[in-house]
Design a protein around this ligand. Structure first.
Ligand SMILES: *Cc1c(COP(=O)(O)O)cnc(C)c1O
Length: 460
């Protein structure tokens, strides 16, 4: 991309979906009724929906056409074999078990690989990933570099692992207590930050020394590959496709939420190289998801996923996808809004601690800010802070994450740059009135993944 010239989306619009415009008064009622939790709003109450990039992508005409090629046989659907081919070709893993989405794969893999009392190191936790590790009896250990916890650090690869910390952990607990190292590309909770190829290679060498496998949470692998191409020495002339394959080749198994990078509205998979683990997973998927050739998906979903995977690794696609996120991020930076730096690949993360310094973390600054942005413009964001971090498994106390963020997540191929302008102006207008934003009190807290369903009230 030439930075001196304007650029545009590498597609044109063939079908439109009207948006719903509401008044501020209506929005104040809606968000109150939703318990100040943007997850509890109805989508018709939302103007620009930046809640998540999960399952919200626009499919291409080729993907829609592929939906008509669904082979809805219970067993041995042709679409399963197409998906298997796509995974062999672009990712290189040997065996495929489809699942209804990413957490289905996490569930099965955690149950197979983790024993009671095990430790699972990873480059920062992800909500569902850690929960499945814990439900299987494991304890997650964060081994991401310390820069990842600092929204001001401009480290280009904040997804990197602190290898010294990992080796200390292996020596302290013993390699037999570590079933695998869990690596995400890119790191969602750190703000969509990539891991470098150099770090991944060093991690591979270290884990090989102790016989520990690497499990790859490859939800945003193409976005990570793009950041390597842009910022890591030696990768400028490699296609994103090649870099994706190189990342996958350094790992032993993968869980995928195809609702992100792979441009489908539903779907996921578990992919492994070990035949024994595959056999167990193929057996277990029958209990929780469905037969091993559909895993909770319709044939048409698998076909759309196979095509989505091929589109997701195209340089033109990924440059525009990440480019749109950068476009919004730069607008906010220029307006002086505190955001996580560098700008991540799937969203812009507002630093709510800095935005609302008059609120304590117990007053849920990120939750409050997301509600406030909604009231201002109907733009829906989400909290990634103390609510998402949940409670300590043992003490039951609130976890206090260093990062208290509001995430503006950009769906793929859905909105235009003009929508991004509207979002930037809304955040800026809330920023100008930031000292008026009040905190919240939690009045309902569900037991698991509380951020999805918790309810709040505005403080006086
Ligand atoms: C979304 C996501 C998951 C879980 O996938 P689902 O399809 O939502 O079940 C796992 N890891 C990361 C990094 C994710 O972003």
């Amino acid at each position: 991309m030439q930075t001196s010239r304007s650029w545009a989306e590498p597609y044109k619009i063939k079908m439109v979906e009207p948006l719903f415009i509401t008044t501020r008064e209506e929005r104040e009622t809606y968000i109150k009724e939703a318990g100040y939790n943007t997850f509890l709003l109805r989508s018709r109450q939302v103007y620009i929906d930046l809640l998540t990039d999960s399952g919200t992508s626009a499919m291409s005409d080729r993907q829609w056409a592929a939906m008509m090629m669904g082979d809805e046989a219970y067993a041995g659907s042709e679409n399963f074999y197409h998906l298997e081919e796509a995974i062999h070709k672009y990712y290189g893993y040997k065996y495929l078990v489809p699942t209804h989405q990413g957490r289905g794969a996490e569930h099965i893999l955690s149950k197979i690989m983790i024993k009671d009392g095990d430790f699972v190191p990873g480059n920062m936790y992800f909500t569902t990933t850690r929960l499945h590790q814990e439900l299987a009896g494991g304890t997650f250990v964060d081994i991401i570099i310390k820069e990842a916890h600092d929204p001001e650090s401009t480290h280009l690869f904040k997804g990197d692992c602190d290898l010294q910390r990992l080796e200390d952990l292996i020596k302290e607990k013993g390699a037999d207590k570590i079933p695998y190292v869990s690596i995400a590309t890119t790191v969602n909770m750190a703000g969509g930050q990539p891991i470098s190829m150099a770090n991944l290679k060093a991690l591979r060498a270290l884990t090989a020394k102790y016989g520990i496998p690497i499990v790859h949470d490859m939800t945003r692998v193409a976005e990570n590959a793009y950041m390597i191409q842009q910022n890591e020495k030696g990768y400028q002339d490699k296609a994103v496709k090649q870099i994706v394959r190189e990342i996958c080749d350094l790992t032993d198994a993968a869980t995928m939420s195809a609702k992100k990078d792979a441009l489908v509205n539903i779907g996921g998979f578990l992919a492994v190289n070990d035949e024994e683990i595959f056999n167990q997973a193929r057996n277990m998927v029958v209990i929780y998801e469905g037969l091993h050739t559909y895993g909770g998906l319709a044939g048409r979903d698998m076909e759309a996923m196979a095509i989505g995977i091929s589109e997701s690794v195209s340089d033109d696609h990924i440059r525009a996808r990440v480019g749109q996120v950068l476009y919004l991020g730069k607008k906010l930076l220029n307006a002086g809004v505190p955001i996580v730096k560098p700008i991540g690949t799937h969203g812009v993360f507002i630093d709510a601690k800095k935005f609302l310094p008059h609120l304590t973390q117990e007053q849920f600054p990120a939750q409050s800010l997301a509600a406030e942005i909604y009231e201002d413009s109907g733009v829906r964001a989400m909290e990634r802070g103390i609510v998402s971090a949940g409670r300590d498994k043992i003490t039951g106390e609130n976890n206090h994450p260093e990062l208290e963020l509001v995430r503006l997540t950009i769906p793929r191929r859905v909105y235009t740059q003009a929508h991004m302008d509207v979002v930037a102006e809304s955040v800026q207008s809330v920023y100008n009135e930031r000292d008026k934003v009040k905190g919240l009190k939690m009045i309902y807290e569900p037991e698991y993944l509380r951020f999805f369903q918790a309810r709040f009230e505005k403080l006086g």
